[in-house]
Unconditional design. Structure first.
Length: 138
């Protein structure tokens, strides 16, 4: 499994298990956008990764975009979801599939904006994470 896949899988599991995120979004946390799902819902957007090796340690820096789609009248709920995501990552460690472990994962940017469809709002959270291969030491 790649570092990107391990991170996305662990992040989704972490957010689905978090009580604060569940209180706002329920079970509407997905890897891809879904049709026919009640608004608002969260899904994974773009992921970028770079090698960030140090000495003899294999590190990967990841930037994962999370997108929350809702109706215009969901703006307050989307703001609550962005806060819940930030809190979920700040208060509990992220568990990944071996051989990867998350050294840290934090929301580094959040935004709420209108889309080209004036009835739809979109929230965006960018998560920055640093992963290492288990057994390596930073």
């Amino acid at each position: 499994m790649s570092a990107e896949a391990a991170f996305q899988s662990g992040l989704l599991a972490h957010l689905k298990a978090d009580a604060g995120v569940a209180a706002v979004l329920g079970e509407r946390v997905f890897d891809l956008p879904r049709s026919g799902v009640r608004y608002p819902f969260l899904y994974l957007g773009r992921v970028e990764s770079d090698a960030a090796d140090a000495s003899e340690t294999r590190l990967v820096e990841l930037r994962q975009t999370l997108l929350i789609r809702g109706r215009r009248d969901d703006a307050d709920t989307i703001k609550q979801a962005l806060g819940a995501i930030r809190t979920a990552l700040d208060t509990a460690p992220l568990t990944l599939e071996p051989p990867y472990q998350a050294i840290h994962a934090r929301v580094v940017y959040a935004d709420l904006f209108s889309t080209s469809d004036s009835r739809v709002m979109q929230g965006l959270a960018r998560v920055r994470a640093l992963l290492q291969t288990q057994g390596d030491r930073p």
